[in-house]
Ligand binder design. Structure first.
Ligand SMILES: Cc1cc2nc3c(=O)[nH]c(=O)nc-3n(C[C@H](O)[C@H](O)[C@H](O)COP(=O)(O)O)c2cc1C
Ligand code: SF4
Ligand code: SF4
Ligand code: FES
Length: 626
């Protein structure tokens, strides 16, 4: 690849690539090759489509894109120029795709999405409920381009923001634009990027660094991975703009090593960008130089915390340290150099702000939280995956429209936002605006974008236990309130969910939560009690049921309740008896019953009964014997 040495030459190249790369009317299959779709066989579909196309003498342009969001339905792909959106495609479907779609112009109907078996199929991606309300800024290029091909990125307008900045804006103007856009950090706290950039710029040091936080340790989160895998040049361009604005010379992307595809794509993108001259020394013939490298972390959640991240980058143990100095101060960043740390999604928004302007960005979202946010929508909703929505959308719209509502017609119970540091919100907040301030006002948080939906069969005490077991494992152990507090909180939750809870446990839990929040050094400890605090606040009666009535209304916690068989429902199949390892299910000539003295409340009979005739009730009722 020849180096591009001037803005003019770059613009000419861009014009050429725009014309040549994605010509309209060319039969094209934009196939997702994100991690989930690859695991579900995307590669074999691609090979088969290539074979079938060659066999029928048809040229099909195959674009291997990053994650298109609807991973649950993978492998997914778009057939152009028709715009047909196919889901759950198998290699065996390749023949139909080539013959029916690319030769005949018709959709392959069994590959189209339907809300349910009786509903009309949706032909076009944008008409699917999952995509209808989404708006893509950070994920703009996922699903559009091959992330391994810099020409694709340039063809869809990539590096135009860099050229605009270098050619016609001073570094201060770039910084002002980002500040005016009120771009708030997407990594958790929502701190305004412009303010952080200004602070780093103000540090009196010849050398400054730009660091992208790709640690993404929240369980179930994959927003940042999808950007690094699906649009690495978008991240690089965002970092370049930051470096130009704050006069930084070196940059690092810190990625957890469990993200191998992200590392490969980032390294390839860096190499291509250097070869093209948009990264490295004298970028596009200008005086601006910026060198970028990738640093792999070992995958500790705490290494996403800024000071621990820096320690890990330096090759030290990933321990947080007190601030000041902040990362942006002399002595505070990596190797002591002032460093500007932002989240991957934060950087991915920057090129769009520079090209379209702060006013455009502010026209999306809410006044205090402009723009969009990417969420990993999971749990008991019909449609799960990666969704990017304008801030200000309601939880109800995300869960019931994009997510398609609760699975199996069950009732909504709660939604957990913000990952292990977030909170559980009940039904009364379904119409809450999703933005930084509204979520934290009611005891949850935006976090980096985890969103777990729970139905009536989810036990909130068990959910709090799940998150606590995560934070307890991930606590680095440096400070006692977090090290001992997370352990103690988890022990109490285990006690409560196993039916051994005592009334004093709830007050004790409350007290430890507040002590851990106040006494911990870093955000991990400070926010670890959030799942307990929010569930105690909104679902206290369920904690009380566990403690006083020895009852879990969601029937999740074993060791609680009284197990009986409802004889009017039982059709005497005997499966519960087979399932019980303790011989507690007894048989008479006309019925089965559960011997309460022998029952360990292990739930095996409850799970085994195909018709729900095994009931779990409150209290300690005696066995119902007929
Ligand atoms: C325990 C812990 C883990 C964190 N993990 C991440 C992470 O994986 N990614 C991230 O961007 N920020 C993470 N953060 C927040 C970072 O410390 C930092 O605030 C953020 O990267 C700054 O970028 P932003 O301003 O663009 O959000 C974490 C914070 C804590 C306390
Ligand atoms: S709060 Fe927890 S994770 Fe943070 S420094 Fe203290 S012990 Fe380590
Ligand atoms: S499994 Fe259910 S239906 Fe079968 S014997 Fe037991 S209670 Fe009756
Ligand atoms: S990996 Fe294919 S849609 Fe997410």
């Amino acid at each position: 690849m020849e180096k591009v040495k001037s803005f003019e030459a770059f613009k000419n190249l861009q014009l050429l690539l725009k014309e040549e790369t994605f010509k309209e009317d060319v039969p094209r299959l934009r196939t997702c090759t994100g991690t989930a779709c690859m695991a579900m066989g995307a590669e074999s579909v691609i090979h088969k489509v290539e074979d079938e196309a060659a066999h029928s003498g048809k040229h099909v342009d195959i674009v291997k894109t990053g994650c298109q969001g609807f991973c649950q339905q993978g492998p997914v792909m778009k057939a152009e120029p028709y715009g047909y959106y196919y889901k759950q495609v198998r290699a065996a479907d390749a023949h139909d795709i080539v013959v029916t779609t690319f030769s005949g112009g018709f959709p392959v109907r069994n590959l189209l999405y339907r809300d349910d078996i009786l509903s009309e199929p949706k032909e076009i991606m944008e008409t699917l409920p999952f995509y209808k309300k989404q708006m893509r800024i950070a994920l703009h290029n996922n699903g559009l381009i091959d992330p391994r091909n810099i020409n694709h990125y340039i063809a869809v307008g990539g590096y135009a923001a860099l050229v605009k900045a270098l050619e016609s804006m001073t570094p201060d103007q770039v910084l002002e634009e980002v500040d005016k856009a009120n771009l708030r950090g997407r990594g958790g706290a929502g701190f305004p990027a412009g303010k952080k950039w200004k602070h780093t710029k103000g540090a009196k040091s010849k050398i400054k660094l730009v660091i992208a936080n790709g640690d993404e340790g929240d369980p179930g989160a994959f927003m940042d991975r999808s950007i690094m895998e699906g649009d690495p040049h978008g991240l690089i361009e965002g970092m370049l703009l930051c470096a130009y604005a704050i006069d930084a010379q070196y940059g690092f992307v810190y990625v957890r090593h469990e993200y191998p595809l992200a590392v490969v794509h980032l390294k390839l993108a860096i190499k291509q960008a250097e070869e093209m001259g948009v990264l490295g020394n004298n970028i596009l013939g200008s005086n601006f130089s910026f060198t970028l490298d990738v640093r792999e972390g070992a995958g500790a959640f705490v290494c996403g915390e800024s000071t621990a991240l820096v320690a890990s980058m330096e090759g030290e143990r990933g321990f947080p340290r007190p601030r000041p100095p902040r990362l942006s101060d002399i002595g505070g960043g990596a190797w002591g150099y002032p460093s500007n740390l932002n989240n991957i999604e934060t950087f991915a928004c920057v090129p769009h702000i520079i090209v379209k302007g702060a006013d455009w960005f502010k026209s999306i979202g809410t006044e205090n939280s402009p723009g969009t946010k990417v969420f990993a929508l999971t749990g008991k909703v019909k449609n799960t995956g990666l969704v990017e929505v304008p801030m200000g959308i309601t939880l109800r719209e995300i869960i019931f429209e994009i997510g398609g509502g609760i699975l199996d017609g069950k009732k909504f119970k709660a939604v957990q936002t913000g990952g292990p540091s977030g909170g559980c919100l009940p039904e009364e907040y379904l119409d809450l605006s999703v933005d930084f301030d509204s979520l934290s006002k009611v005891g949850s948080m935006m976090g980096s974008g985890g969103m777990v939906v729970m139905d009536e069969e989810t036990c909130v005490v068990d959910v709090a236990k799940f998150f606590l077991s995560f934070t307890k494992e991930e606590s680095c152990g440096k400070c006692p309130p977090c090290r001992l507090g997370t352990y103690q909180m988890l022990e109490i939750l285990k006690k409560i969910t196993s039916g051994k809870g005592e009334p004093s446990d709830l007050d004790f839990l409350d007290e430890i939560c507040h002590k851990v929040q106040r006494g911990s050094l870093c955000g991990l400890g400070q926010s670890a009690p959030n799942p307990i605090v929010s569930t105690l606040k909104y679902f206290r009666e369920e904690y009380e049921e566990h403690v006083h009535d020895k009852y879990c209304r969601a029937k999740v916690c074993s060791g609680l309740g009284t197990y009986t068989i409802e004889h009017s429902e039982c059709f005497l199949c005997g499966l519960c008896k087979q399932a019980c390892a303790f011989g507690a299910v007894k048989e008479t000539r006309i019925s089965y019953f559960i011997d309460q003295d022998m029952c360990t409340k292990c739930k095996a009979c409850y799970m085994a009964c195909p018709i729900g005739a095994v009931k779990v009730g409150k209290g300690t009722a005696k066995a119902a014997r007929i």
